[in-house]
Design a protein around this ligand. Structure first.
Ligand code: FES
Length: 216
């Protein structure tokens, strides 16, 4: 059984939500606040996009050792890195020195280290701190304690999933295997996602009307 973190209730008109959840033919659209209320957006960023496994990229976008890519996840961002051994890693996208963003969201890099643009603290592709300007030989500074914060990551049928739940809610992350089990049989043979590549980069849009349109 998968342990699920408990989320606060969405700040949305509950009567309107109940109408939206009625059986097909009786249901109504979500209440207006679901599309326009900043408090709902904030809740979604914390609990929906930052509180569990989220698809953030295609494996082909971080295919080679040294490939790096930053993506939004909830209210923060994640740095995807293919390390020297070909293992995909995900790190909270901030430096352990002063917390500067390591790579702007949506951008990529290809190099054999991870370098913070602020004071050039330098990390290995597996997240260990290699060089900390101004701290060399400083008494009490244990370099091995200042590696990047690693997040759970999994590749599944050519898609990259990251679980930001640890960073957002302090809860334990359940593995991706159980939630994805039901889909594997459907996707594995006919779709062959690992062979696909990304040919289209969508423009920013409101995901909710698009989802409603596809599901109704
Ligand atoms: S904040 Fe990254 S090196 Fe200073």
């Amino acid at each position: 059984m998968i342990s699920q973190p408990s989320y606060p209730r969405a700040p949305i008109d509950q009567a309107g939500l109940a109408q939206a959840l009625m059986p097909f033919g009786q249901s109504r659209m979500l209440p207006p606040g679901a599309y326009t209320d900043p408090a709902v957006f904030d809740w979604e960023q914390r609990c929906f996009f930052g509180g569990g496994w989220l698809c953030v990229a295609h494996s082909s976008q971080v295919a080679k050792p040294g490939d790096q890519r930053a993506e939004h996840i909830g209210q923060g961002s994640v740095l995807l890195v293919r390390d020297d051994d070909g293992v995909l890693r995900a790190f909270a996208n901030f430096c352990r020195h002063r917390g500067h963003e390591l790579l702007p969201c949506g951008s990529t890099a290809q190099r054999n280290t991870i370098i913070c643009p602020y004071h050039s603290w330098t990390y290995s592709l597996s997240g260990g701190l290699r060089f900390a300007s101004g701290f060399k030989g400083r008494a009490g500074f244990d370099q091995s304690s200042w590696g990047l914060v690693e997040l759970p990551v999994a590749e599944w049928h050519g898609l990259v999933f990251v679980d930001g739940v640890d960073s957002v809610l302090g809860a334990d992350s359940a593995g991706l295997e159980a939630p994805s089990a039901g889909f594997s049989a459907v996707l594995a043979a006919p779709v062959e996602l690992p062979r696909k590549s990304v040919a289209y980069q969508p423009e920013p849009l409101s995901w909710k009307p698009a989802a409603v349109t596809c599901l109704t």
